[in-house]
Design a protein around this ligand. Structure first.
Ligand SMILES: [Zn+2]
Length: 262
């Protein structure tokens, strides 16, 4: 996998420090599991962070770094991690602070209840596209752990023109969603308030800034008004994390915004 667009150092440092909102942690953990470059950079930041902690006389468990790295999900360790992490929700979940954790816990409880009825409906709807979705083994381990199954396990909603999204339950402060963009299709023009990270899981998209393929991360701030268009040939599937609601330029998508929670 030749990744050209990486996470920024501030993002990796914040992730190492455990200060990112859960949605961003999930995206960072997922990219890091796909990217040797960022995994190495993160290891360096974790080491520095550990040294800083030791300097300030806060004891750090001897195996803390090893444990942190193990949770990052090196590709060759996926199976082992999948087994050992059975209880832990995900790396992203493990990294969020205690407050966020209990919030996330409460959410997933609520989600479990309300999803029970909705699941069969969502499952039926997504069956048509299921053939073209990545197989569970093709999904990065942190994301697979987080959604607790493959891409048919999440609740897809149509955004029109074949574009679909699935909101993932995360703690407050940022939101995470999966985006499915049919081959050759554009996502409605939108700007941002705050920051939006988009990680390509499958396929590719292009916008005014560049082309983004598997593993690439686009870091968009509120100045970027962009129209991502999926490459022809195969659908593009992305994981996106946003720290504020998107602003769609067109009126109708804006009216739909509260409905879709994006
Ligand atoms: Zn990277």
């Amino acid at each position: 996998m030749s990744i050209r667009h990486h996470l920024s150092d501030p993002l990796l440092i914040a992730y190492a420090a455990g200060t990112l909102p859960e949605a961003f942690s999930l995206l960072v953990a997922t990219h890091v599991s796909m990217c040797d470059t960022c995994r190495a950079a993160l290891a360096a930041f974790e080491t520095v962070g550990g040294a800083v902690l030791q300097d300030s006389a806060v004891p750090l468990a001897e195996d803390a770094l090893a444990a942190a790295m193990a949770r990052l999900g090196a590709p060759e360790k996926r199976e082992a991690i999948a087994k050992s992490d059975a209880g832990a929700k995900s790396d992203a979940g493990a990294k969020s602070d205690a407050g966020a954790k209990s919030d996330a816990g409460a959410k997933s409880d609520a989600g479990a209840k309300s999803d029970a009825g909705a699941k069969s409906d969502a499952g039926a709807k997504s069956d048509a596209g299921a053939k073209r979705l990545p197989k569970p083994g093709d999904l990065p381990a942190p994301l697979l752990d987080y959604i607790g199954g493959d891409l048919t396990a999440v609740k897809w909603r149509s955004l029109g023109m074949g574009v679909r999204q699935a909101i993932l339950p995360t703690s407050k402060g940022a939101s995470a969603r999966l985006l499915y963009i049919p081959a050759g299709q554009a996502v409605p023009d939108h700007g941002h308030r705050g920051t939006e990270l988009t990680l390509v899981l499958q396929g590719a998209f292009r916008d005014a800034t560049d082309r983004f393929g598997p593993g690439d991360v686009e870091i968009a701030d509120e100045d970027l008004q962009h129209i991502p268009v999926a490459d022809a040939g195969e659908p593009c599937i992305c994981l996106a994390a946003t720290d504020a609601p998107l602003r769609f330029s067109a009126l109708i998508p804006r009216l739909l915004q509260p409905l879709f929670r994006i």
